[in-house]
Design a protein around this ligand. Structure first.
Ligand SMILES: [Zn+2]
Length: 258
């Protein structure tokens, strides 16, 4: 019943043409969209419309939510699920909270995934069974430039995909036992090695933040998959293959090697 209702509601959201004034926003702020196939771009637009319509958008600290803010965040979140046949449009994420820039989270609770940029300020947070909280300046900068190697929106929404099976463990719901076993083997080995490299002060492919726990390792690997796919593909082919299977995309084919 619920899914019938939400399907009908979503059909209503998608009836009528795509808002033309969103096109320049996508062109300007979602650099990845240029690399998607025509079919994927249509799917991206549909997901974006549904996320914009269904989520509650809240401004924090004097920020103002504009249509550009909603479309820019929704379309980047859509990149994660654009290849998936089965998803629920981040059904548990009821709201997206946007700050103008880095913010402080004074009341941390268990289960909150924080992404520090320093000891006090953070740029993003994915709350378990709660909102995604983002700093707009990073959202905009990283959406426009995948070559910067990181993407806050992809990171926080990857956490939400991970939370979907009620475990904050860096393993989102997977399709089969075989896939789960491969995921566990590959990701655990890479995470342990990454932690060892960090502890030994060695140069690492993943960020220092990825050593925090398996959940952040997955979120960080997701950023690399979309924003540094050649490096991930070359240095960690098993992780690349797992993420390509999970997201059903091949970002290494999008960008020229530099
Ligand atoms: Zn994180």
């Amino acid at each position: 019943m619920f899914s019938w209702l939400s399907n009908r509601r979503r059909r209503n959201i998608l009836c009528g043409p795509f808002p033309g004034w969103w096109e320049p926003i996508l062109r300007r702020n979602i650099a990845h969209a240029a690399y998607l196939s025509a079919e994927q771009n249509l799917t991206l637009r549909n997901i974006t419309r549904i996320l914009v319509a269904e989520k509650k958008w809240e401004a924090a600290r004097g920020f103002a939510i504009t249509e550009e803010v909603k479309v820019t965040i929704a379309a980047q979140a859509a990149l994660l699920i654009v290849g998936m046949n089965d998803h629920d449009y981040y059904g548990r994420v009821q709201s997206v909270v946007v700050y103008p820039d880095a913010f402080r989270m004074p009341n941390e609770e268990d289960g909150w995934e924080e992404d520090d940029i320093g000891s006090d300020n953070i740029t993003g947070q994915a709350v378990y069974r709660g909102p995604v909280i983002l700093a707009w300046d990073d959202v905009l900068k990283e959406g426009r430039d995948p070559s910067c190697g990181q993407n806050l929106v992809l990171h926080e929404f990857a956490h939400q995909l991970d939370f979907h099976d009620n475990a904050i463990d860096g393993t989102p719901p997977l399709k089969s036992r075989d896939q789960s076993q491969r995921w566990h083997t590959v990701m655990t080995a890479a995470f342990v090695e990454h932690k060892r490299q960090i502890a030994a002060n060695e140069e690492t492919f993943f960020t220092e933040h990825a050593a925090d726990d398996e959940a952040d390792f997955f979120a960080d690997a997701t950023e690399a998959f979309y924003c540094a796919p050649h490096g991930l593909h070359d240095d960690f082919p098993d992780i690349y293959a797992l993420l390509a299977e999970y997201y059903n995309l091949d970002p290494a084919s999008w960008f020229a090697r530099t």
